[in-house]
Design a protein around this ligand. Structure first.
Ligand SMILES: [Zn+2]
Length: 278
């Protein structure tokens, strides 16, 4: 199915606190080894079954952490099966529950060097925009990626790519999975962050850390990023690439998320949106 996106949810933190059932979602499979597990429709978290333990990408916020944990159990796993927790970028909506998940799983936390420095320099800025979330301070990250770091577990090898713009150390992830029925190998990817909310002049006028040259880098890198072959494109926020419409329909035979055109269309659409806001 071709690339589609939708509007961002209004007041998502408030909704998760007061009416979580309105945006709750059961875990669902998106590729041979990967599941959407945040338990809510605002911000994504993905669980990869490597055959030798799980990798969790992003954690969402503390207010929906029970939904994430419930998703893990619903899939037949337990939190201690998680061996690595990767954070896409230093914003509260993706890493707000990271400390809770680290404590619950015992797994090490990963983030880019650049975003670790961003947190160190001005943690308060990682809570915007409009967090009412009770974010836990992260005492310590355990590992730091560069551009093109390999993260290996079981039969999965994730390649990181530094994709600055939305934050200075925003990191995208690429890995391969084999369809056990057909034998086909797919490149699966999650872009680390594309929100225009931190790539506009108003934001730069108040930011103590992010500067307009990051937006220039986002534009400059766009062709290179869009040119990567990706068979299954996953969004960090599900409104950015429509995936909810096929939740629960996955089979190895049907591959509802397999479409090699989605990734490039998504990257180009986000560049267009940032330019509109300039
Ligand atoms: Zn963000």
């Amino acid at each position: 199915m071709a690339f589609r996106c939708s509007k961002a949810l209004p007041h998502p933190v408030e909704t998760l606190v007061s009416e979580p059932w309105t945006i709750a979602v059961k875990p669902f499979q998106v590729s041979p080894q990967t599941y959407y597990v945040s338990g809510q429709k605002w911000v994504g978290a993905y669980l990869i079954d490597t055959g030798d333990g799980l990798i969790l990408i992003d954690t969402a916020i503390p207010e929906s952490d029970y939904l994430l944990v419930d998703s893990i159990y619903k899939l037949g796993y337990k939190p201690t099966d998680i061996k690595k927790i990767l954070i896409s970028h230093a914003h509260f909506d993706h890493m707000g529950a990271a400390m809770a998940m680290k404590q619950l799983t015992g797994a090490p936390l990963y983030i880019s060097k650049e975003d670790a420095a961003f947190i160190e320099a001005c943690e308060e800025e990682t809570y915007i925009p409009d967090s009412g979330s009770h974010v836990q301070h992260i005492d310590k990250f355990d590992y730091f990626y560069d551009d093109d770091t390999r993260i290996e577990l079981g039969n999965i090898s994730i390649r990181t790519m530094l994709t600055p713009g939305h934050t200075i150390g925003c990191t995208s992830f690429f890995w391969e999975e084999k369809n056990p029925v057909t034998g086909d190998v797919y490149t699966v990817a999650m872009h680390g962050g594309v929100g225009a909310n931190t790539m506009n002049d108003e934001y730069y006028s108040t930011s103590k850390y992010l500067t307009p040259d990051l937006r220039d880098r986002f534009f400059a890198d766009a062709d290179k990023v869009a040119g990567i072959h990706v068979d299954i494109a996953l969004p960090s926020h599900p409104n950015q690439i429509e995936i909810m419409d096929r939740a629960g329909t996955y089979t190895h035979e049907s591959q509802p998320y397999l479409d090699e055109t989605v990734w490039a269309d998504f990257v180009r659409e986000r560049v267009r949106q940032v330019k509109v806001l300039m």
